[in-house]
Design a binder for this molecule. Structure first.
Ligand SMILES: [Cu+2]
Length: 128
């Protein structure tokens, strides 16, 4: 019985990782701004390069300050984890290296401070 359960778990886990093995691409509104973020590779534990594109209407916003805050709330045996990565504008997107210390669901806030000093925030989450 234990063996069968083990095999079932192994299959479920490999299906789970297959399902998760896709690069990320999500989009949402942060106030008047459209914020799109993506990765080239599937998100995984460790360092991940995240690219953020910001648009106001049809116009690309290139002179904002963009940061990505990642948060995993406390769970049994683990205190809450929070980290902030500043993104740098490069070739059409803001880029930041974001470290996920463990697998699971992370809350993600992309904060965009436009040249006029206003801050907008897109709340999202990633799960891997
Ligand atoms: Cu955790």
């Amino acid at each position: 019985m234990k063996k069968i359960l083990g095999m079932f778990l192994a299959v479920a886990l490999s299906l789970g990782s297959l399902y998760a093995a896709e690069a990320l691409s999500k989009k949402g509104m942060a106030g008047p701004l459209e914020v799109e973020y993506s990765t080239l590779k599937p998100v995984s534990q460790g360092m991940n390069l995240i690219k953020v594109k910001v648009k106001e209407g049809a116009k690309e916003v290139k002179d904002a300050k963009v940061s990505i805050i990642t948060l995993m709330p406390a769970m049994p045996g683990m205190p809450a984890m929070e980290e902030k990565a500043e993104a740098v504008y490069k070739e059409g997107a803001y880029e930041a290296n974001v470290v996920f210390a463990m697998n699971g669901t992370w809350q993600l806030s992309i904060v965009v401070e436009t040249a006029d000093g206003k801050k907008q925030r897109l709340k999202s989450s990633v799960n891997f």
